[in-house]
Ligand binder design. Sequence first.
Ligand SMILES: *Cc1c(COP(=O)(O)O)cnc(C)c1O
Length: 390
Amino acid sequence: MSKHQLETKLIHTGVEQGYQERKTGAVNPPIYVSSTYHQDELHNFGPFDYSRSGNPTREIVEKTIAELENGIAGFAFSSGMAAISSAFLLLQAGDHVVVTKDVYGGTFRFVSQLLTQFSVDYTFVDMTNNEEIEQAIRPDTKLIYMETPANPLLQVTDIRKVVELAKQNNALTFLDNTFMTPLYQNPLDLGVDVVLHSATKFLSGHSDIIAGLAVTNDEELAGRLKFVQNTFGAILGAHDSYTLIQGMKTLETRLTKSSQSADKIAHFLDTHQAVEKVYYPGLKDHPGYEIHQSQASSGGAVLSFLLDEKIDAHKFVESMKIPVFAVSLGAVESILSHPATMSHAAMPAAERKERGIEDRLFRLSVGIENVDDLLDDLTQALEQSVVVGN
Ligand SMILES: *Cc1c(COP(=O)(O)O)cnc(C)c1O
């Protein structure tokens, strides 16, 4: 399959692996609802023995994501956090990690409140600042953890630069590729050791499952990840694996449309007088624009924007008719979120403000609705939310 383009791989990878249902010719893979597998004889296990260790439906997901990310092995977990936490279990007590301070909230909580129970120390750094990363690296630093573009201001990390720093210091690199997906960014090709995904978002794409993935192109790391997956046991079930297989087939179609719309909306809001600032890595004035262009092929489908002070945020939310107002992102429906009270609610208000996560900041994950309908919806909501007399 590797000679084909990504859209083709998305549809056919599972089938090519020999799982096309031989008996009936069904074009969709069976959901193997079995915890255990009959052994033909003593001392002879077949390819599967117990579904925590391996399940044929889950294996399709794992082979597909490995193929898409140009890795040698993929692993499917019960959530993005399960994938991320499991990958961190490659570390040992006494190790130190350098993590982007703009990391996903759940990852922040895992590193600062759970990993410390196992005596793994951490330093959070501004990963848009290479000097700060360099200064944080210590002799016991074993991992540098990236997320780019990050949430909610779409901050961009220079992947090549961080990989170079990590290699000089014999540290591993992990990257959360949830926002870009393998369609737009292939971190393994840039030297990253482990790519992580919340497949809850764009990869499944329909706000219907919670799932996570890890991929590597290193034999030794693959063996260790397999060991952690089987030992820690946070695997993706067969039914959700099937849902994810179906979702991934349309990744290119959905994300291409969503990203084109996001780009249009970002440009529209950028010049709108009711909006003070737009954060989108596809805009030329985004501070990470050049670096993002060098390592990813699209700005993606997520943007954030700061409403002007004369806009009533409550009214704005009430007036928006099309997007769901909710946490999460990466679905066929547009999702409007409010970072200050959702993803970053646990952060002290002063720190939020310092990081630019103001109460007037909104994040929009653009779905596959008609873009003119979305633009009209934004136009009328902004118009209706102007505070009178201001
Ligand atoms: C949602 C998300 C996660 C966590 O994934 P879950 O599937 O919710 O556990 C991790 N990283 C990023 C960037 C996310 O958006």
